[in-house]
Design a protein around this ligand. Structure first.
Ligand code: B12
Ligand code: SF4
Length: 501
């Protein structure tokens, strides 16, 4: 049986291709169990639905499995319609967050196109499903946990949840050769480093329950770390394959400082010369841990500050304090980790324009290098979503307009994400809020900030091989780099989902 696995594109150009680890894990397990597998990162290749269809025509799979983030759901529906129109006997399986949260709705509305939804982690559920389909048994896969499918009389069956994988060391390392794409450290369309980069996930899950995050439901608040030895063996393998940079894509990489320190010590012990990047929480910044991270090659930390207003942080249930922001930045600088990226969310429920301005002001005044501003959206799987649906402020079956690529499409609300300010603010208030938010990047990169930034960068660059290498790439490809930086400065934070401008 031949299986095609696809990381879909959003029908628009995205600028930062990242290796899709989910389908890499699935592909590896399936290959080890005797299946023929082909993978396509349609997002990285900017493939539209017709390009993907042509790829499928060439590969001729029996099963097509697709990863579906919520923002990718509508583009995926458009894609599977063309696949099924071409060959109705191809079995379509959807997995990832959106099918986990919305299996019933998906099968109700799109049961003619979707054969199965895999809920939760896919490795074992999808393998069992493929084995079941391979045997061509004439009954239902009721015994496979974590599945959803339709019975011939349109009855939808959800089997019990599959247990979370408890010992992640049991999983094979993802076989990165399954993807024919050369990932680089890419920012706003410019490759700041020409060296090969890949992703590693060293743990799954997170014990926190931030109101805007769906990880809480997906991973049931259970933090499951891999052993430091197992992680470092994977790092040794990727280093051997020529990768010189890694993105750790854990939900919460720094939760257990002792574990993080052990990983760093093993990287040093094995003398692995690799640069890496990770997310971080501002309350998980022991100075010792940061120092060890620096020694082991950590080049950037992406802190989820989210908001500089304590009231909004409390609303997010983030369990951090604004006072910790300054500490985290100070300690990271003291550890000499090269880049601090700040992640912010603007336009929270009840947030005022003054509060939005305050967050942008914090970003400008603080000693971070680059900010990312996102507009707050809610979607299935988050606490905000459940709250607003249950108190009747929104209804998951509302008809909404969604921006899919460059086109506006009609959808039910659960099929996409909803910008909070679209249902909580009056059009006038929203307009004012959007003006503030859309100027966020320009405010950050003001002339004065740029001058300070350039001085600091110059100072840091001469002291770091990693920064020198980036600077060299910028100078060599100045036009391209300048274009990417200007595009970033002029970009406007926006939501992905409902379109109501
Ligand atoms: C790296 C990353 C990115 C990368 C790209 C991801 C990529 N190429 O895969 C970048 C930085 C571009 C990105 C962007 C965004 N991201 Co992101 N990202 C992640 C992150 C940190 C890691 C993904 C990963 O590799 N996980 C490791 C693998 C092993 O797990 P997995 O992907 O979940 O796969 C497992 C299952 O889901 C399932 N599965 C997955 N695919 C399939 C397919 C089939 C057929 C089956 C059966 C099963 C299956 O089985 C897999 C193995 O167990 C996750 C958080 C996380 N830790 O997972 C967020 C996450 C996926 N991102 C999220 C979001 C919201 C976004 C943005 C919308 C944020 C924003 N507002 O800009 C954008 C979307 C941009 C875009 N244009 O697509 C959310 C998605 C929530 C949702 N309901 O959709 C997540 C879960 C973070 C969170 N906790 O909220 N992201
Ligand atoms: S936002 Fe981060 S800290 Fe909060 S629940 Fe999600 S993964 Fe955990």
């Amino acid at each position: 049986m031949k299986i095609a696995l696809i990381n879909p594109s959003l029908e628009e150009k995205i600028y930062s291709p990242w290796p899709p680890l989910g389908i890499l894990y699935l592909g590896t397990i399936l290959t080890e169990n005797g299946f023929t597998v082909e993978l396509l990162d349609a997002a990285a290749k900017f493939y539209g639905k017709n390009d993907v269809l042509n790829w499928i025509k060439r590969v001729k799979p029996d099963i097509v499995g697709i990863s579906v983030f919520t923002v990718a759901f509508l583009p995926v529906i458009n894609l599977i319609k063309v696949i099924k129109d071409w060959n109705p006997s191809i079995i379509i399986v959807l997995g990832h967050y959106h099918p986990t949260m919305e299996a019933e709705n998906i099968l109700r509305k799109y049961g003619d196109y979707v054969d199965y939804c895999v809920r939760g982690e896919g490795e074992y559920t999808f393998l069992e499903l493929c084995e079941f389909l391979d045997k061509n048994i004439n009954n239902l896969p009721n015994d496979i946990k974590g599945l959803a499918f339709q019975y011939s009389n349109k009855k939808i069956i959800l089997t019990p949840d599959a247990p979370l994988i408890t010992d992640l060391d049991d999983l094979p390392f993802p076989d990165r050769k399954l993807l024919d794409f050369n990932y680089k450290w890419n920012f706003s369309g410019f490759e700041f480093s020409k060296s090969k980069i890949t992703s590693i996930i060293s743990s799954r899950g997170c014990p926190f329950n931030c109101s805007y995050c769906a990880c809480t439901k997906f991973a049931k608040r259970r933090f499951r770390p891999r052993s430091p030895e197992n992680i470092v063996n994977e790092i040794l393998l990727v280093a051997d394959q020529g990768y010189s940079q890694i993105n750790f894509v854990d939900d919460n990489f720094t939760l257990q400082p002792k574990r993080t320190i052990k990983i760093c010590q093993l990287i040093k012990k094995e003398k692995i010369d690799i640069y890496w990047h990770t997310d971080g929480r501002v309350d998980q910044t022991s100075q010792d841990m940061l120092k060890q991270m620096k020694k082991a090659g950590c080049k950037s930390i992406w802190f989820g500050f989210e908001s500089a207003n304590q009231r909004i942080l409390n609303l997010y249930n983030k369990r951090t304090k604004v006072s910790q922001f300054y500490e985290a930045i100070r300690k990271t600088r003291k550890a000499n980790i090269e880049l601090i990226v700040g992640l912010f969310m603007l336009g929270a429920p009840t947030e005022t324009i003054a509060e939005v301005k305050n967050t942008i002001k914090f970003a400008v005044d603080s000693d971070i290098d680059v900010p990312f501003f996102n507009v707050v959206e809610i979607f299935s799987g988050t606490k905000f979503w459940d709250d607003y649906n249950s108190n009747g402020i929104i209804n998951q079956y509302d008809n909404v307009k969604a921006l899919v690529g460059t086109e506006i499409q009609e959808a039910e609300r659960w099929e996409t994400t909803t910008r909070v300010m679209d249902f909580l603010l009056s059009p006038e208030e929203r307009e004012k809020m959007l003006i503030e938010i859309q100027n966020a990047y320009q405010t950050f990169f003001s002339f004065e900030r740029k001058m300070i930034f350039l001085w600091k960068m110059l100072y840091r660059t001469v002291r770091s091989k990693f920064m020198l290498n980036m600077a060299y790439n910028i100078v060599r490809n100045f036009k391209e780099a300048f274009g990417a930086i200007s595009a970033f400065r002029n970009s406007k934070p926006r939501g992905f989902g409902t379109y109501d401008e």
